[in-house]
Design a protein around this ligand. Sequence first.
Ligand code: SF4
Length: 886
Amino acid sequence: MTQTPAPTVASLSRFRTTCPYCGVGCGIIATPDGAGGLDIRGDKDHPANQGRLCSKGSALGETTDLATRLLVPRVDGKDSDWDTALDRVADAFRSAVDTHGPDSVAFYVSGQLLTEDYYVANKLMKGFLGSANIDTNSRLCMASTVAGHKRAFGTDTVPGIYEDLEEADLVVLVGSNLAWCHPVLYQRIAAAKTARPSMKIVTIDPRRTATSGLADLHLSIAPGADVALFNGLLDEIIVRGAVDEAFVADHVSGFAAARDAASTANLSVTGLPPHEILNFFRMWIGTEKVVTVFSQGVNQSSSGTDKVNAILNCHLATGRIGKPGMGPFSVTGQPNAMGGREAGGLANMLACHLDLENAEHRAAVRSFWAAPEMPVAPGLKAVDMFDAVEAGKIKALWVICTNPAASMPDADRVRRAIEGCDFVAVSDITAETDTARLADVLLPATGWGEKDGTVTNSDRTISRQRGILPPSGQARPDWRILSDVAARMGWAKAFDYETPAEIFREYAALSGIAAQFGRDFDISALSDISDAEYDALAPVRWPVTATRTGGRFFGDGKFFTPDGRARMLPLHHRAPASDLSDDYPLRLNTGRVRDHWHTMTRTALSPRLTRHMGEPFVEVHPADATRLGLQAAGLAWAESAQGKALLRVLITDRVAPGQIFAPIHWTAETASQGRIDALVAPVVDPVSGQPESKGSAARLTPYAPAWFGYAVSLAEPAPETTYWAKARVRKGWQVELAHDTVPEDWEGFARALFGVPATALAVMVQDAARGSARLAFVDNGRVLASLFAGPDPIAVSRSHVAGQIGDPALPNLLSGMPGADQPDPGAVLCSCLNVGVNTILHAIETQGMMQVAQISEALGAGSSCGSCRPEIQALIDSRRPGLAAE
Ligand code: SF4
């Protein structure tokens, strides 16, 4: 085979690597600062971001400290050594397989894993342990897209590339808050629209999000109604004669059945005014270059796969696929969700897009691996896997690089299930996650900055994550930990890897075999790259074969189904699976915030990322808030049939009446009762097995504590109140508090909360009648801690109070506000440059700054990573004449 030379970077001295957060897959240039940290810059040469980074990527250098790291193996809660820990894992898995059979063991892995880690985990479970019980948290993220792609295309392949988002004349964002969840893609689209104002944007989302501010049209669709809307669009495409007859005749099957189903679409279930629907239909049909972007709002649904196919139907009917500026475009949530899909990390797949249920594919992989056995049926998908754990059918569980006790639906039940499992191993970088606390054996893994391997982003670009820093403590790469266990179980030869490059070459070679079966994932031209070429591998979009590198798929009408034709499917609307009732009348939507990531094991380490959203909250419409007696900035119990959480109330018309939104990030580590996935019903899409994380039935009731509090402290506080939410600030910690009874002795309460030395001087003002108190502890003239408590939500300037910690005590220490000569900047909007809402509003109102660029130039806000620009625009819009009253 003629080999395509491996792309190389000019020099590795600048440590090119890849961001470990979202599926945009931005390139980073990282420079060690010599003290264990990293200076972070966007890589101008990386095709995904071209130098841009969002707030999360920019703050990566603040997340490498070791305070929370798991540094040595632990067995039964005690520090141990690698041999003891690995022996214990191998013995437990061997014992379970021998006694109860291969399906008594399971791996639950992660879209954070590198492809090489994924490949080894999958090989060990499917080829050697003999079960397909390996699934990934990507099941919660994009399994419906995988299933939808396979149904329509015969393969799980994103047809387009990022440039299509800029070349399109119309970008439709469905269930996708790009501004917060894929900020650099948002910035690319926003820049394209600025350069070419004729470009149109439509957002389709039950919630008006930061992304909606960019839209020419926003459709606040009813939850779960996307199939009806896109069926309606398909029907309109047909009625208006916009079908690409030649493309359909030559390359598509199933058109008639899809047409018939679409003709029955009931658009009233969308809850949208007819003129908005018609406007959208006209824009979509009348624009040849249209890209329909979709993500979690589509995937995380009990009809997620049908939603995906409803979108694909429209693109197939019009032939608008795989050509410049047009096509359906799934964007993935995690940094290597795509790599996991390619490496066979889901329970129903083999590596390299081969099918587990295809006997020829199984035999080829088994032969390639020299595997003793291969399962013939799919393994347990995530929700089913933890059901089996609860039922005692899984005797040994290995959780790798993820936190299911916090992030799975029905999380309290999942936590209990893991607790009751006979044997649980957890590989992680963090010592005290909700899941790590339940482990029999804890295995320290290398983290971002230490790991070495590859990831694939949302447009099929494979990039290197490089080990820049030495492993922390005794941490080891995940592929090595897995290989060491495999060796102890008797499979040393098959897992005798010394480097990730060896694994990558094996994987690339297997893709060449997959290509012989007509599979599209083919990187075989990289199967014999040298270690040096692997080290220097520059971002490259697959396929990478002797004859082709990168490009789009399906524009030529060739698909990967048995007959080579794409399939349109007949689809019908289904409402969310959880029925609303008198007990649970509200539809709960869950999702991400701008500056945090998943269960915050990394982003919570950065004080700057915490400035934007410092505690768990629930967004509720003003009409619902009034009806339910909820107080702005008060607290409320959010409850479902599964569980409950205690959240700060944020009253906003961004959510529609009858709907509430809460973020997914808070865990038992960061809040007393902020785990929103405890409320999410474990109902799944019947095709993909993806949970419906955006459609549970819930209720809100006010929580009226005896007092609210806000405290800051140099040392980490230890709250035991009904409500607390902790976060790092520049020199210490802040904690929001609320409790049912007022302490008789505020000073004693605060001393216990902060653990301050007895020598620290307490300064206090107290109003016993109101039940309020303000106190601070000062030692050697420096402020150690302060507490503000009272019967109402605490209205102090948090940035001012937090800024005093560790500094000399000022006369107005207990005022909670800056002096009259220092206006309160308000809640932080721009995390990078620490610019608050009040500061920006002041500039708008007193200096007439009505453009984001003016604010950026005058105040700096929005001039660094740019993640806050949509929110600055929203503030400007709120002060525009004629809009202010909305
Ligand atoms: Fe990382 Fe932000 Fe880029 Fe996503 S958009 S990869 S979080 S820098």
